[in-house]
Design a protein around this ligand. Structure first.
Ligand code: AGP
Length: 612
């Protein structure tokens, strides 16, 4: 996903912009650039590739000094990664306007054709350049400030945008605007900033304003003014970051991902503890009152990627505990499946970033159909968090690595809380059982911490198996859901093909892919399914597969055909996915390291996909 940063103040903006762009690298990008007011007017330096390439180009340009500028990391949507498609884009024949943009302008082609009729010449294939020329077209020759022009321009746009705009008309001013894409305004002393998220500017300020959809902000060194769609000034609450800069840094680990794997006990503890008071699960602040939980007839869990995999685990636990129909659906499928939704339904939308376009759109659709929506989100005041009817925050802290780990584990914990509270509200759990579940949830972080003791074993297994071209993950029930997440972890950071399979399903086709040396990871944490899983292990081992078994101390089956057995600490079966994922996150991480992959910023991936 693209990243935006902007600065206007009394000191050199370029080092601040570059630091901000480096902080945004985790979002995934393929090119970067800056625009700044220097002694030579409005200068743009941009390049395909990494930010270090941009730094080199800025050095070649003489490291210009500027007190106001904007920066961008691009994740290509319209037009391949290239220097000319990189942002910022200049507007007008003499480049008086520069624009950076996150999102997709759906009617850019029509606007481009209209602007070409007015003599505008396009340098790139991007939708963003259309916005730059449109602003120039609307601004030129009119006695109005840039903000008014930008308000007009965005009124003509269809689609999503977070915009940073600068113009030669005022070399201290940045105009920001957003719709369906996050953008915040950082508040400093004698300086102010814009950013896609706070990590880009936290080294300068912990105070920020969240821009809402269709608002436009004028950002100057000494003041920030926000306008609504009608051009009226609106007051905005000032937010303050609750974590410090170190939380967004590696802390001595080789990669953010390893740090965040190790942070999982704390992430789960911080998510669970505030919601258990005196042996009772308290979710009232998330809008999930007992009355509402009693009234729902159907639960839909909607999410993407790992969040969906957490939802698959949550679905099984909810149906098991609450005996209410629950399904986990891919957000991008939900939207176009003409879903059957009523006001008697609860929609749980899970999103670490709170900005995933598919999940946001699916939530809006569920709301329009009358369902009550509750968001499980890790980023405070993110779009999904602000638009949901209720929010249950995961307190995992900032997650920088593109591949989620602590975010996923905290989502599981949040789902367990919802399942238990729902079962209690519906009279399916008594006081004793509630107390027991509270004890189990409060003990979960320690179980995860113990599960992390397998680091060395997983590192060894990774060195043994890092050269495999494909890996299969087998499991039944909760173990299948956990296997889905384990498989995605491996794929997205090591680029090794992998599939998770319902263990009983393998024999219906895919077992034909098993050959001598195929790596199979079998998960078996559900005692009533041990025997079945052992049969599946034998099926693949007899065809040459090498099997790693992830199981529990209770497992007493014949695992003699397995190459390695990872035994998890004791924990209630229904919460086993929180433990079984730990060794498999580590396996994926160390295989990626063995394969010299860019673990924190895997190719083609973005931390949050804010486009469809
Ligand atoms: C997870 O490792 C992936 N980066 C990806 O699948 C992610 O879970 C998905 O894009 C959803 O993101 P969200 O949780 O921020 O909505």
């Amino acid at each position: 996903m693209c990243g935006i940063v902007g600065f206007t103040g009394q000191v050199n903006a370029l080092p601040i912009l570059m630091k901000g762009l480096y902080s945004l690298e985790y979002r995934g990008y393929d090119s970067a650039g800056i625009a700044a007011f220097t002694g030579h007017g409005l200068e743009v330096v941009k390049t395909k590739g990494r930010i270090v390439n941009l730094e080199e180009k800025i050095r070649e340009a003489g490291n210009p000094y500027s007190t106001c500028g904007i920066g961008h990391t691009r994740w290509a949507t319209h037009g391949s990664p290239s220097d000319r498609n990189s942002h910022p884009h200049l507007g007008g024949p003499d480049g008086k306007v520069a624009v950076v943009h996150n999102g997709i302008i759906e009617n850019y082609l029509f606007l481009r054709q209209q602007l070409e009729k007015h003599g505008y010449v396009f340098q790139s294939e991007t939708d963003t350049e259309t916005v730059a020329h449109l602003i120039d077209y609307l601004h030129t020759g009119r006695q109005e400030d840039l903000a008014q022009t930008v308000l007009k321009a965005v009124g003509l746009l269809r689609g999503s945008y977070a915009l940073g705009v600068v113009s030669m008309a005022d070399q201290q001013e940045i105009v920001a605007a957003r719709r369906d894409n996050p953008l915040i305004i950082g508040l400093g002393e004698g300086e102010n900033m814009i950013a896609s998220d706070i990590t880009a500017i936290i080294s300068r300020t912990r105070k920020y304003i969240i821009l809402d959809d269709n608002e436009v902000a004028v950002v100057r060194p000494d003041r920030v003014t926000v306008y609504n769609q009608l051009g009226d000034v609106v007051d905005k609450p000032v937010q303050e970051v609750s974590w410090d800069l170190s939380a967004a840094e590696k802390g001595g680990y080789a990669h953010f991902m390893l740090k965040e794997i190790m942070e999982q006990p704390r992430a789960v503890s911080d998510t669970v503890r505030p919601r258990i008071q005196d042996g009772h699960i308290m979710l009232e602040d998330s809008g999930l009152t007992d009355e509402r939980l009693r009234s729902i007839e159907h639960i839909h869990i909607i999410a993407c990627g790992s969040a969906l995999h957490a939802g698959m685990v949550g679905r099984a636990v909810i149906e098991d505990l609450c005996r209410v129909r629950c399904e986990a659906t891919v957000a991008s499928e939900f939207r176009y499946s003409n879903p059957i939704i009523s006001e008697k339904d609860l929609c749980i939308v899970i999103s670490q970033s709170g900005e995933t376009a598919d999940s946001l759109a699916a939530m809006r659709q569920a709301q329009a159909a009358g369902a009550f929506t509750v968001a499980i989100v890790n980023v405070v005041s993110s779009s999904i968090a602000r638009e949901a009817d209720g929010v249950l925050y995961t307190w995992a802290g900032p997650e920088i690595a593109v591949a989620t780990t602590k975010g996923y584990s905290a989502q599981l914990a949040a789902l367990y809380l919802i399942a238990a509270r729902t079962a209690l509200a519906r009279g399916l759990l008594g006081a004793d059982q509630e107390a027991e579940i509270c004890r189990d949830l409060l003990a979960l972080p320690e179980g995860i911490r113990q599960a992390l003791d397998c680091v060395k074993t997983m590192q060894c297994l990774a060195s043994l198996y890092s050269n495999r071209s494909s890996v299969f993950y087998l499991g039944r029930g909760l173990d299948y859901a956990a296997g889905m997440e384990a498989s995605l972890k491996l794929k997205e950071i090591s680029y090794v093909h992998s599939e998770a399979y319902a263990a009983g399903e393998l024999k219906h086709g895919t077992i034909s892919l098993i050959e001598e040396g195929t790596l199979v990871v079998a998960l078996a944490t559900q005692e009533r399914l041990f025997e079945k899983t052992v049969s599946n292990i034998r099926e693949v081992a007899s065809r040459g597969a090498e099997v790693i078994l992830v199981t529990t101390d209770e497992f007493d089956g014949d695992a003699s055909v397995c190459k390695s057995i990872i035994r998890l600490p004791t924990c209630p079966e229904r919460f086993s996915a929180s433990l079984s994922i730990i060794p498999l996150q580590l396996l994926a991480y160390y295989i990626a390291v063995e394969r010299s992959c860019d673990v924190d910023k895997p190719r083609n991936l973005a931390k949050s996909v804010t486009v469809e």
